[in-house]
Design a protein around this ligand. Structure first.
Ligand code: ARG
Length: 588
């Protein structure tokens, strides 16, 4: 694999710094910021302080050292002492052909390979999913794809919410409807049927029914709480029901997530770690990490440097129940013992920041898992145009399947507005609309800096213009069609000779792929990759407008060079979109 253009220039500038007895690391080359030159070195400013000279004088000596270097077309001083760098044509050419030969179009594995668990999705059994779960799924999925692409080993886990009060609600409501089921008979402790007594529609109906009643009626609420406690206490019939509820929910969720193109290695949940809780809590007690407080068992997690008070983590409530933080700690133990990851990423909204801070500190303090290996990958909320949290048209919480069919519809009408996919049969057109809809939803989420909120606007997301998923699909389809035409005309891929400005710009953009991937990984920020694929599509668009590829008056070697550049662009675009979880159609 050839070195990146930045690495080549970096090498030369560092040698120049060294020759001038300046610290080598100050000769670092970065991407140009103001568009004057593709690259720059800002080290003369810091070097000036050390050498007690003016930055421009230092920059001038560096430029002098670089003079005549065949890899550098120009090195010029800008502003207070920046060194603006333009690589020589042969450097661009060699790199372009190196990228074309690379299967991964220049992407390299991470320097340090790690083992990750990515905890994302996190829907709650029987409760409808909300947009927060959608964001978590889309961001978490792109992170797992990115990490795998970079060579890391990744285990993803949906971490279902299947251990709380909602289970007590389901059990008690089912009992009201079908009191004769054997699960409710305390004297029966085994021999339950393998067939579930409920469907997913039953669950979707029973939960809101029960929680609605419980809100109005304290006695009804108490019954749900008692059932939850009995379940957690190990009552056999309830455990058997829980297993049914979980199985039925997972089957439905697999369909929903499958439609979203999101997959998990593990479908575990809070309930799965129940057997670990007792011994874990006992050990914490013995090791002296716990305290009794107002009847509850807690772990103090506040630190002297805290600006805001962090309340203690409640391990066991006054009522004797294990809580959300308890199952999260037990899950860390489970992952440590069964997977042994270096890092666990939790892709969960901002609202749970204190919860995770408590859990991470407790894990560190008790020696369960190193604090630095636990990361909360926070994200903001999705709002409606009214600035409030996004709801569906009916005003209720979203169902993933409804959202996807809305996106699908919007995509289909956008396609016909734009006169695309006209000559296709209904089946192919529907398939294209599906991909456009998904690309719209995913890209519009991922392109935001994940910590910010954004406004849900299907109209805008499905547009073929602007920074959208559909625009990127269109860009890739355009290249695919160019390649098909070239194939028909018998034009072959050849050596790339980037001559025009647009070609050079495109090569520079292609060259930056690995940097974008590395940064997106380091910051756990998919938008950095979105930025890259968007820049790539734009650079291609400019190139395609300026440089005809197949026109009859173009020399054969130029045709082949431009075609190879287009083919390389397409491969990188598809790789980049793939990491974002976005598939591209063959045509539209
Ligand atoms: N089920 C939780 C919720 O809906 C999200 C789970 C996040 N993951 C975790 N390990 N706590 O809020």
């Amino acid at each position: 694999m050839s070195s990146s253009i930045l690495q080549i220039l970096n090498g030369h500038v560092q040698v120049a710094f060294e020759a001038l007895d300046l610290p080598v690391e100050l000769g670092r080359v970065v991407v140009g910021s103001k568009g004057d030159a593709p690259f720059q070195c800002n080290g003369a400013l810091a070097a000036a302080k050390i050498a007690k000279k003016s930055p421009r004088d230092i920059a001038a000596s560096v430029v002098e050292k670089l003079a005549g270097n065949p890899d550098i077309e120009s090195a010029e001083i800008g502003g207070p002492g920046f060194i603006n760098l333009v690589p020589a044509a042969h450097v661009l050419k060699a790199r372009a052909n190196g990228l074309a030969q690379s299967e991964m179009t220049g992407a390299r594995p991470a320097d340090k390979i790690q083992k990750f668990v990515v905890d994302f999705g996190g829907p709650n059994v029987a409760k409808p999913m909300h947009v927060g779960h959608l964001r978590s799924s889309v961001i978490g999925d792109s992170l797992q794809r990115l990490l795998r692409f970079r060579g890391h080993s990744v285990v993803s886990d949906i971490h279902l919410g299947d251990w709380g009060l909602q289970m007590g609600h389901l059990i008690t409501e089912l009992q009201e409807e079908q009191p004769d089921l054997m699960y409710f008979d305390k004297d029966i402790v085994d021999g339950y049927p393998a067939e579930p007594p409920v469907t997913i529609d039953d669950l979707a109906r029973l939960y809101p029914l029960a929680s609605g009643k419980a809100k109005e009626d304290a006695e009804r609420m108490q019954r749900s709480r008692t059932a939850t406690a009995e379940l957690q206490g190990g009552r056999a019939g309830y455990r058997a029901l829980l297993d049914h509820f979980i199985k039925v929910s997972i089957a439905a969720l697999k369909t929903d997530f499958g439609a979203l193109g999101v997959y998990f290695d593990l479908w575990k949940g809070e309930a799965a770690v129940d057997p670990l809780i007792g011994p874990m809590v006992e050990k914490f007690k013995q090791d002296g990490f716990t305290e009794e407080s107002e009847g509850a068992l807690i772990i103090r997690v506040d630190e002297e440097t805290d600006k805001k008070e962090l309340p203690p983590l409640i391990l066991i409530s006054r009522a004797g129940a294990a809580l959300y933080a308890t199952t999260d700690l037990a899950t860390i133990q489970d992952r440590r013992d069964s997977i042994n990851p270096d890092t666990i990423l939790y892709v969960v909204d901002f609202g749970q920041s204190s919860h995770f801070e408590q859990v991470y500190r407790a894990a560190g303090k008790t020696g369960l898992f190193p604090r630095e290996g636990l990361e909360h990958i926070k994200f903001g909320t999705v709002n409606g145009k009214d600035g409030k949290r996004f709801r569906t048209r009916a005003g209720g919480v979203m169902r993933l399947s409804d959202l996807l069919s809305q996106a699908n519809e919007a995509a289909a009408s956008r396609l016909s507005e734009a006169g695309l996919a006209k000559d296709m049969d209904a089946e192919e057109r529907a398939e294209v609309a599906r991909m456009v809809g998904l690309a719209a939803i995913k890209f519009s989420d991922l392109q935001n800096v994940r910590t910010t909120n954004y406004i849900f606007d299907l109209e805008r997301f499905t547009s073929f213009e602007g920074k959208t998923g559909p625009y990127l699909l269109y860009a890739s389809v355009r290249i695919k069609s160019l390649l098909r035409k070239a194939d028909n005309l018998g034009v072959e891929l050849g050596e790339i000779c980037p001559d025009s400005e647009a070609e050079k710009k495109l090569v520079l953009t292609l060259d930056s792929f690995n940097r974008a991937l590395a940064q997106a990984e380091a910051k756990r920020m998919p938008h950095i990759l979105c930025e890259h694929v968007y820049n790539l599509a734009q650079a291609f668009s400019k190139f395609y407008a300026d440089c005809p590829v197949l026109a009859s008056d173009i020399a054969d070697d130029v045709k082949s060079s431009r075609l190879a550049l287009a083919e390389l662009t397409l491969r990188q675009l598809i790789l980049g979109l793939g990491i974002l979880g976005i598939e591209t159609p063959e045509r539209m």
